[in-house]
Design a protein around this ligand. Structure first.
Ligand code: 9MR
Length: 475
């Protein structure tokens, strides 16, 4: 694609996005308070971490190249408390109806590493371009098992940009067969649902696994937009959650919208998924953010920056509206990320975190792979520029309902309505760079300052009935 054409495409997308936004803003109604993902102590969680990792996509054993030492390094350097851990259908169900218990046990070994460091884990059933067998041996797609891959002999080309494979007839057909748009493979969705049940059976009693991301970046094949999202995608999510609930009453189900368009800030047409568990529904909305201008290499400067800002604004508005429509569900930004050598890259990372604070969304940066998009060089050890951008103050857990939140490198400000039933205190992470000598707190008393983990714990408020306004600055 030539450059002028690429940029006119981006400009068009930005116009569509901006136009869509103003039309939707006019329909905005005040909404009830959004619910939050809570831990076993009843605290609302702030989740900061990585998608770990793309290296799992093509590995023979389905596991990421990621060690316990890598986790210790990440925790020491950036104080993360969350991981979106990649799993795959091909590894869970290598043959129809046969679940690989050894693989699930290996995943659980890694979950236990995270548990020891106080993390929360979301398991992400990853796919791109359907599966590794769309073009055998070429390492193009990932996710689905070979036995579930039906391209029906339709062509798949060769492209520099990986996303363009989504436009190839063979890839589209593989998805059409999965969603049973073709009417010839009604069994495939049942297998996927049962694969989730096998995963949930393994992790139901593991408190570190708090959520299941039901499908990475869904693609509808010949069905796109609301026809896909409100149709077979919502149906798959409902069936998957129903199957999960037969074995696991507590974990959250994270719903991704279709990636194409929604990743660029357009609205989602996903339908409501009901949760049969007793008590509150545990469903979350987990879209990704990949502004088109950024994907096309424009970085975060000049005209590209304006288009990226317009995309973010639109994305925030649409994400809030979808989360409200799905039942005031919590939001996790399941992926955002970029080649951090692009102009303005770290400003972009800052902007996204600030915006996510504003909507109290968890974040899983893409990705915890070594190299240009990740926190470390290809040696896996040498810190890159991203480390400083991710190592920021954040609220790890709050003993009540969060009302407002904002952060700067040396300041964290928030307000919340206490919940007397919360069985553990409010906890903050404060990096060394902004808080070299610890913190001074206005509006609460410090219960404990863990200088090595850089975690500040606050006393429960004296008057639990009142909204607490808290400002934390460098000591
Ligand atoms: O960054 C990944 C790139 O190296 C791979 O070629 C591509 C296809 O597997 O996937 C990229 O990661 C994507 C992720 O799987 C889904 N969301 C968008 C990510 C960035 O493009």
């Amino acid at each position: 694609m030539n450059r002028a054409r690429v940029f006119s495409l981006v400009a068009l997308a930005a116009l569509v996005v901006a136009g869509g936004e103003s039309a939707f803003v006019r329909q905005l109604m005040p909404v009830a308070e959004r619910s939050a993902i809570t831990d076993t102590s009843g605290r609302a969680l702030g989740l900061h971490g990585f998608s770990t990792a793309g290296s799992a996509k093509s590995s023979v054993d389905g596991l990421p190249r990621f060690t316990e030492a890598d986790l210790a390094r990440e925790n020491a350097d950036m104080g993360t408390n969350f991981v979106r851990f990649l799993i795959s259908w091909r590894a869970v169900e290598p043959q129809p109806g046969i679940y690989d218990q050894a693989y699930l046990a290996e995943v659980e070994t890694r979950v236990d590493w995270f548990a020891k460091q106080g993390y929360h884990v979301m398991l992400d059933m990853h796919q791109d371009l359907w599966g590794t067998e769309i073009v055998p041996g070429m390492g193009i797609g990932n996710g689905a098992p070979g036995w579930a891959t039906y391209t029906d002999g339709l062509p798949i080309g060769q492209h520099d940009m990986w996303e363009l494979y989504y436009l190839d007839a063979g890839v589209i057909r593989a998805f059409d067969n999965f969603w049973n748009t073709t009417g010839t493979h009604p069994e495939l969705m049942d297998h996927y649902v049962n694969a989730w049940k096998a995963v949930a059976t393994q992790f139901a009693s593991n408190p570190t696994v708090i959520a299941y991301d039901l499908m990475n970046e869904p693609f509808g094949g010949t069905l796109q937009g609301p026809a896909f999202e409100a149709g077979p995608l919502t149906n798959l999510y409902q069936q998957s959650l129903d199957a999960i609930r037969t074995v696991d009453p507590d974990s959250w189900a994270c719903l991704e919208p279709q990636a194409m368009g929604v990743n660029w800030g357009l609205p989602s047409g996903l339908g409501v998924v009901t949760d049969s568990r007793p008590g509150e529904a545990r469903v979350a909305f987990c879209p990704h953010l990949y502004p088109l201008a950024m994907d096309l290499g424009g970085g975060y400067s000049g005209g590209s920056r304006d288009m990226v800002d317009a995309t973010i604004a639109s994305w925030i508005g649409n994400t809030k509206r979808t989360a409200a429509r799905l039942g005031n569900v919590p939001i996790i930004l399941g992926e955002f990320g970029l080649d951090t050598t692009l102009p303005g890259a770290l400003d972009y990372v800052d902007t996204v975190y600030a915006q996510m604070d504003g909507i109290h969304a968890g974040v899983a940066y893409w990705s915890r792979d070594n190299g240009l998009w990740g926190p470390y060089d290809t040696d896996g050890v040498t810190a890159r520029n991203l480390v400083a951008a991710i190592d920021r103050p954040y609220l790890r857990a709050v003993a009540g309902t969060l009302q407002t939140l904002s952060s700067a490198p040396d300041r964290l400000e928030f307000s919340f309505t206490p919940d007397a039933a919360a069985a553990a205190p409010t906890e903050l992470y404060l990096p060394a760079v902004g808080f070299p000598h610890g913190a001074a707190v206005d509006g609460a008393t410090i219960a404990h300052w863990d200088t090595s983990r850089r975690i500040l714990t606050l006393d429960a408020p004296g008057n639990p009935a009142a909204t607490q306004n808290i400002v934390v600055v460098a000591a």
